[in-house]
Structure formats: C-alpha cells, structure tokens
Design a protein around this ligand. Structure first.
Ligand code: ADP
Ligand code: MG
Length: 264
C-alpha cells in the first residue's frame, strides 16, 4: 500500500430512509495513511453515512467503491476482512467471555470449520492489549461497564486487522486516559498504512489526531480539509450554533479555547 493510495471512495451518495433524504450528494475519499474525523451535530447523518459505507444501508444514488470496485460486488466475508466497523453504542447480545467475543473478529479470516491459528490468536492478543482490555479477557462481556464494552468491541474490530476502519463515536463513553489511548490506536493504525474515519464530537481531539476533517450538516458535506480549514469560528457558528474561540496552544495545536451557545 502506498501512502497516497485511495482505498475507499464515495461519489455523489444519497441515502433516503422512509422517503426522507438523510444523506445528500456526499463525496469523500479515504487515502492510506490518513485519519479522517467525521463531524456534525446530532442527526446530521454521520451514522447513516458510515452504515451505507459498510454496505449495510441501502443507498439510492451515487457510488461506493472499495479499492475501485463497487461495495456491492464484495461478498460479506470479503467486506468483513477489508472493513472494520464499530457501530455507535454497539450492543453485546450474548454473555460471551471477552476473549471469545474478540476472537469473533477473526471469523472473516477463518476457513470453514477451522479453529484459530497461532496467527489468529496473536492478532486477538494484540487487539486486547492495544485497547487495554487484556485484563478483562476472562470476564463475561455483558457485565462490563459501558466504556469497557466499547473498548472490547473496538478490540474485536482491531483483531480482524482490516485495511479500512469506520468507527462511530468510539471515544464518547471513555474516560480521558482511554480516549487518548484509543485515539493513539487509530493513529498507529493509519501510520501502519490503513485508513480510518471516525465520527467524533470532541473537536479538540479531532483537531489533535485527525489529518482531515469532514463536516456534515443536515446530510450534506459543508466543509472538508485539514483541521485548520474546517474548525473555524464561522463553521462552528453556522453548523453547531456555538460561538467559539479558536486558539493555538503552546505546542501550536489548534484548540477550541471556549465556546458558548448563541444567545437569541
Ligand atoms: P448522526 O449519527 O449524525 O447523529 P444519524 O445518521 O443517526 O445521525 O441520523 C440522521 C437522521 O436520519 C436523523 O434525523 C435520524 O432520525 C434519521 N434516521 C436514521 N435512521 C433512521 C431510520 N431507520 N428511520 C427513520 N429515520 C432515521
Ligand atoms: Mg450517530
């Protein structure tokens, strides 16, 4: 994989649910080596867009290409191997041990009726350690805290060693240290040649870790580019309805210094 290779491409995408248009003419390109932050208010369409990109949500117009081929031409195993998807507020249905749940991330790689190889087990161990869930491996997953469950579900995604990762609000339930740890995991993932897009509300984290930001509002992509191009006071005012002060910290990092609601 070369660092500028486009691994995933969405062109002129529109998605309607129950005759309401949720996503309108969205375009995006995900290149190897880049971490993309997907921003936008509640209801903007972030989750719907990510779901459509996985092939799990029907779309009415446009194209979604995985390595230059339509997403619909891939079988579910091929898609599962290439794309890791962490859904928003992922639910754990069965009281499996954490280790077993994370091992399920290897399923797209396993020939039928075979168990885990040493390589599969090594990938599972690495994913558990990366997400700081190794110590939870013998716990019953349904009994974990919200943040622990989120990290375990992320471990399952990492265990699959995809090339492309879509994560829907992966740090929303995490404490500050685990937020940093998980953002570092995404950074390492793309630095190793993958590409990722994460829906995120923490604008400072997005500015600090992401190479590119995409700002969605009412189903339309209203701004895109480097954090400096997207996180400006006008965009935050028009999209989120907040008055923000944007500064640089001592490390020259963009920070949303303070913000308040626009008074009517
Ligand atoms: P976000 O993730 O940006 O908060 P979503 O993609 O979850 O937004 O939702 C975008 C809009 O689509 C919302 O108005 C939501 O109510 C609507 N929507 C999403 N899924 C459905 C559905 N299955 N049926 C009806 N409306 C939906
Ligand atoms: Mg959402």
């Amino acid at each position: 994989m070369t660092s500028s290779e486009i691994l995933f491409e969405v062109t002129d995408l529109s998605v309607s649910i129950a005759e309401t248009t949720i996503i309108k003419n969205v375009e995006l390109r995900l290149k190897a080596g880049e971490l993309h932050g997907l921003l936008g208010p509640n209801g903007a369409g972030k989750s719907t867009l990510l779901k459509a990109m996985t092939g799990l949500q029907e779309f009415q117009a446009g194209s979604i290409l995985l390595r230059n081929e339509s997403i619909n031409t891939y079988g579910s195993d091929q898609r599962g191997k290439a794309i890791g998807y962490l859904e928003q507020n992922g639910y754990i249905h069965w009281p499996l041990k954490v280790q077993r749940l994370v091992e399920l991330g290897r399923v797209p790689h396993l020939p039928t009726w075979t168990g885990l190889s040493d390589k599969d087990s090594a990938s599972v161990e690495k994913a558990l350690k990366q997400t700081d869930t190794w110590h939870l491996r013998d716990r019953i997953s349904t009994t974990l805290s919200g943040g622990e469950k989120c990290r375990v579900l992320l471990a399952r995604v990492f265990a699959g060693e995809p090339d492309i990762l879509f994560a829907d609000e992966p740090i929303a339930a995490l404490d500050p240290a685990h937020q940093l740890m998980v953002m570092n995991c995404f950074r390492q993932f793309v630095d190793a040649g993958g590409t990722a897009i994460i829906a995120i509300h923490d604008l400072n984290m997005a500015a600090r870790y992401c190479d590119k930001l995409l700002l969605l509002d009412k189903g339309e992509m209203v701004a895109r580019g480097k954090p400096d191009d997207v996180l400006n006071e006008e965009n935050l005012k028009s999209v989120y309805g907040i008055l923000a002060k944007i500064r640089r910290d001592e490390c020259n990092r963009l920070t949303i210094h303070s913000y308040s609601l626009i008074k009517n």
